[in-house]
Design a protein around this ligand. Sequence first.
Ligand SMILES: Cc1ncc(COP(=O)(O)O)c(C=O)c1O
Length: 395
Amino acid sequence: MATMHEIFSAYQSRLSDLEASQSTNPFAKGIAWIQGRVYPIHEAHIPMLDQGFLHSDLTYDVPSVWQGRFFRLDDHLARLERSCEKMRLRAPLSRPAIKRTLCAMLARSGIQDAFVELIVTRGLTGVRGLSADEVANLSNNLYMFIVPYVWVMSPEVQLAGNGSAVIARTVHRTPPNCMDPTIKNLQWGDLTRGMFEANDRGAGYPFLTDVDVSEPKGERQSDVNITEGSGFNIVIIKDNTLYTPRKGVLEGVTRQSVFDCCTRLGVPYVLDKVPLRMAYEADEIFMCTTAGGVMPITQLDGKAVGDGKVGPITTRIWDVYWRLHYEEEFSFAVDYEDERGLEGFENGEGKGMNGLTKAESKGVNGLSNGVGKQVNGITNGEGHANGKLVDGPAQ
Ligand SMILES: Cc1ncc(COP(=O)(O)O)c(C=O)c1O
């Protein structure tokens, strides 16, 4: 696992540099863009009346930046546009304007390894009593923020190879005909319950199924399939082939990267139903998400997956996955000298910190008062090179 050590130690040293800049750079802990103004992350607020806050009437996406390069940004923005369309939302900025703004926010913050979140909400008008047409024509809000890279599974756990998961028994995934999981959404009630259960059972992560598997039927129940977990897709490896659910899940951009890795490595993958029993019989399992990449699971329901170590296919995919971050086909370098993408947004009424450049804001007090916790948080396209597709919509 030399590559894993190299990737993580280079990352750690960039993180130390960023942390060292916190005393002089008010944006080093994060930067937010709210209705045309930029703020240090801990000063950013959303209006109380935003329907995104009041009703979770929103969609969002999370691209990432690695060593100063945006990774698969267009794939994330294309998915955000698809999600907006399904939700009858419209981002108030065009795709090129969003890209310019995000790059300028990175420049201002100096953050090289970043978790980037864009949220489009219904906006400030209450929807009750409005007709569907009126709702669809409301002006929607866009919120964007960038914080240092977030790990769903920490580098320490990835290196130790001791990631653990449970099949959730107290909750199953919200059915697709209730909330379409291909729309990236923050209706996390089921996922949060799963996280509590995993923790109560001494594991790191919940895997949610598509129907109830509560005791005493448990793992013997036959017509049960794996869906996804709290912010990640799930991949099962059996007999040198990858299996991941075709339906009932978010079409993860990282999952797409995993398919690209498979194509490169000549490893077959299958998009189809993944019966629960396959998880218990797996040779290897990993989870995948933008915030953490390819994350090996070596224990499921307290039992070893395969031989209980990170498996050889997971390791090869892990290596190629991080290599993709440096390739032009999947990423581009951000110009950290160019803040022009913030011009025109922040002129005029800047009060306090708002709208100040990094240099101008040096020495302003009260930026990191310690109360704010760090935010933790496809072109799926058709025709995967070697993936078996099942017809019908992904939902
Ligand atoms: C429910 C869910 N599934 C899967 C994923 C993985 O998606 P991606 O690889 O695009 O980050 C996420 C990411 O946040 C998620 O929230």
